[in-house]
Design a protein around this ligand. Structure first.
Ligand code: SF4
Ligand code: SF4
Length: 339
């Protein structure tokens, strides 16, 4: 059954979620700065943000995360875990591209070879309420990567903004448990027709136009290509594209220690940093921007598909929107395909 949530009930609805769950949703922190964060007041939530600047991956893989604390005491050394999920969580209003990226992150952090409890515990405790993109940006190319502005894979519930209300679809068992929320009502046939029209219009705007088929094989033959000299010219090495990418997951672990106590922290890192690949001897296998730019693209379009059978890009367009050098990954893909 498809339901709806009247917008006049939106704040009480959020409050009802917060009574039972830790709620995470999009928030505008300042002009042009938007993130997903834990909500303290329902009024903070802003579902009109088209695609937040920072991706939703932060909910499961924070930019900086204390893994544990340690202390050297008189008689014994103490190690205290910091990973405490006291309440179940709801992630509200995540866009289809960010949600599709969770499936990629799951393969890295919760795949068959390796399980990362920090990621997995948060992931398991979270119900994902996705939201269709009725006004996709000109930089969005999710439809070229098995996604789309109303792609529902990975959502437990899914919202469509109908203007006066939200259409609410339950897609999984987890999602079904929300159906009895007192603010939901049955959607009318007119509202279902309206939702269909909105979805079709959005799909029109983001047609599959970036040719990714066969890119992995093409890159196999390009390791030593002079193309990398040219492509790196636009990159300043600022790393913004990797930090804001919903699928990038490089991290570094550091101990922040005082004399008798300290903490171990995991921080986002980037393959575009020269220090990232520098070895203790001082040797750096990726000594220039050329090798580092190549690595970024090889990882997304060759190594990841080889390991996990899918491309590590969901077409969210953030790396295009926020790159100070106007590096457009869509153009790069096209150039690689042309050879
Ligand atoms: S955002 Fe642009 S300039 Fe910065 S590292 Fe990425 S490609 Fe290079
Ligand atoms: S590579 Fe760029 S377009 Fe692709 S998912 Fe990352 S930020 Fe989005």
């Amino acid at each position: 059954m498809k339901l709806k949530l009247d917008k006049k009930d939106f704040i009480p609805f959020l409050q009802s979620l917060m009574d039972e769950y830790d709620l995470f949703a999009p928030v505008r922190l300042a002009e042009g700065v938007s993130v997903y964060k834990k909500i303290d007041r329902p009024e903070e939530v802003d579902l009109s943000i088209r695609n937040t600047q920072k991706p939703a991956k932060e909910i499961f893989f924070p930019q900086s995360e204390t893994m544990f604390r340690y202390e050297k005491a008189e008689k014994e050394n103490r190690v205290t875990s910091t990973e405490e999920i006291r309440r179940n969580r709801v992630l509200l209003g995540a866009r289809p591209c960010d949600i599709q990226a969770f499936a990629l992150m799951d393969q890295v952090f919760a795949g068959k070879d390796y399980t990362d409890v920090y990621y997995l515990n948060k992931r398991k405790a979270t119900t994902v309420i996705g939201m269709g993109c009725d006004h996709p940006l000109s930089t969005c190319f999710c439809s070229s990567l098995n996604g789309g502005p109303f792609h529902r894979e990975g959502s437990d519930l899914f919202l469509t903004d109908l203007g006066e209300s939200y259409l609410v679809e339950s897609l999984t068992e987890k999602g079904m448990t929300f159906q009895k929320n007192k603010f939901f009502e049955k959607a009318t046939d007119n509202e279902l027709a309206l939702a269909k029209g909105i979805e079709e219009k959005a799909a029109e705007k983001v047609k599959a136009s970036v040719p990714v088929d066969g890119i992995e094989k093409r890159l196999d033959a390009m390791m030593e290509s002079p193309y990398w000299d040219r492509v790196q010219e636009k990159c300043l090495g600022c790393r913004v594209c990797t930090y804001l990418c919903p699928t990038c997951h490089c991290f570094d672990i550091v101990d922040e220690a005082l004399t008798k106590k300290g903490r171990r922290v995991r921080n986002w890192d980037s393959c575009l940093s020269s220090l990232y690949s520098q070895e203790t001897s001082g040797h750096n296998p990726r000594p220039t921007n050329r090798e580092r730019t190549r690595q970024r693209l090889m990882h997304k379009f060759n190594y990841f598909p080889k390991n996990f059978d899918r491309i590590a890009c969901v077409g969210c367009g953030r790396c295009i929107l926020y790159c100070p050098g106007h590096f457009d990954i869509r153009q790069t893909i096209k150039e690689i395909q042309k050879g």
